[in-house]
Design a protein around this ligand. Structure first.
Ligand SMILES: [Zn+2]
Ligand SMILES: [Zn+2]
Length: 318
């Protein structure tokens, strides 16, 4: 289990890595923020909600404009903890429709609305995102219509512009970022996208959940930062033992995620400056040490490798 002390330890390690530009949230409220930074909001892979790491979500901030990547349970709370006003959200990117990546998607948009959202939010994601959005409106119709009438709020349903991605290529661009999607296999899911963000301070790629995929290394070629999911194979047996469907779950995990050794291979092939390990599977096994995560990676990748922690901040340029 990861406690407050571990979070600070992770932040301190990162600060040591990149000097004073990296810091633990809450210690530098009065200092001007760096132009481009990523805050890892939730770093535990999988749908179980536990007391430790939060479920998957990250936010890239450029000129204080947030670009939210995935909406696992806890994303609203973690954004608040990171000091990102929910009303400032303009863009949300969903990698795939596994619940650990989208379960709080509707609720995040809803929470932005009750915080005073006035401007549209654009969301991007795989096929199914539009229906998922409409279904959320239906689920919450009574409350939304009551608050429009009773509290004078704008119609939330008109403030969301959801767009489905149907293949590799450009997704969106604005004054801060250019975003490109890349389909990567996550069996049995095919509609699953890695995202590349080109910012004024460098390029960062988020792998999504993915099986070992050398083509992803081509997509991430020359990026400054690669944020890649990771699975520690020796601990998978302990993880699946907690589930009645253990054998099937193990097969799913082995087929659809990337081991530490293989993450190292991808980072080396891509030639990235910094590799960030994220979406830890398992993300809550106290017997797995930092070295367990790093040793496999180091066999194949000699560059800087960072273990993401909840609320850890990484500043670009690296
Ligand atoms: Zn996941
Ligand atoms: Zn997944």
């Amino acid at each position: 289990m990861i406690g407050r002390r571990d979070i600070l330890k992770g932040a301190a390690a990162l600060a040591a890595m990149s000097g004073s530009r990296a810091f633990a949230q809450g210690t530098s409220q009065d200092k001007p923020k760096p132009r481009t930074r990523v805050v890892f909001l939730g770093t535990k892979g999988g749908p179980r909600v536990t007391m430790g790491r939060s479920n998957p979500a990250s936010v890239l901030l450029v000129n204080n404009v947030p670009y939210v990547i995935d909406c696992g349970m806890g994303v609203s709370h973690q954004l608040a903890a990171a000091g990102v006003p929910l009303t400032s959200i303009r863009d949300i990117f969903i990698t795939h429709m596994h619940s650990d990546h989208n379960l709080e998607y509707g609720n995040l948009i809803y929470n932005a609305w009750t915080s005073g959202l006035q401007k549209p939010i654009h969301s991007f994601g795989p096929k199914g995102l539009i229906r998922y959005s409409f279904t959320f409106w239906e689920l919450n119709r009574f409350d939304i219509e009551t608050r429009i009438e009773d509290e004078g709020r704008p119609d939330l349903r008109k403030l969301l512009i959801a767009k489905e991605i149907d293949g590799d290529g450009p997704v969106t661009d604005d004054e801060n970022v250019k975003v490109t999607a890349f389909r990567t296999p996550h069996p049995p899911i095919v509609e699953n996208f890695a995202y590349k963000f080109e910012t004024p301070d460098g390029t960062i790629v988020f792998s999504s959940d993915t099986a070992f995929n050398p083509k992803l290394a081509e997509f991430a070629k020359g990026a400054d930062v690669l944020v890649h999911e990771v699975m520690y194979e020796p601990a998978v047996d302990r993880l699946v033992a907690k589930n009645v469907n253990g054998a099937t779950l193990k097969k799913h995990l082995m087929d659809s995620h990337t081991t530490t050794e293989d993450v190292g291979k991808i980072a080396a092939m891509a030639g990235v400056k910094v590799l960030v390990l994220d979406h830890f599977v398992p993300g809550d096994d106290p017997l797995v040490t930092d070295d367990n995560w790093l040793d496999g990676v180091k066999k194949n990748f000699k560059g800087k490798t960072v273990l993401a922690q909840d609320l850890m901040e990484l500043t670009l340029p690296v």
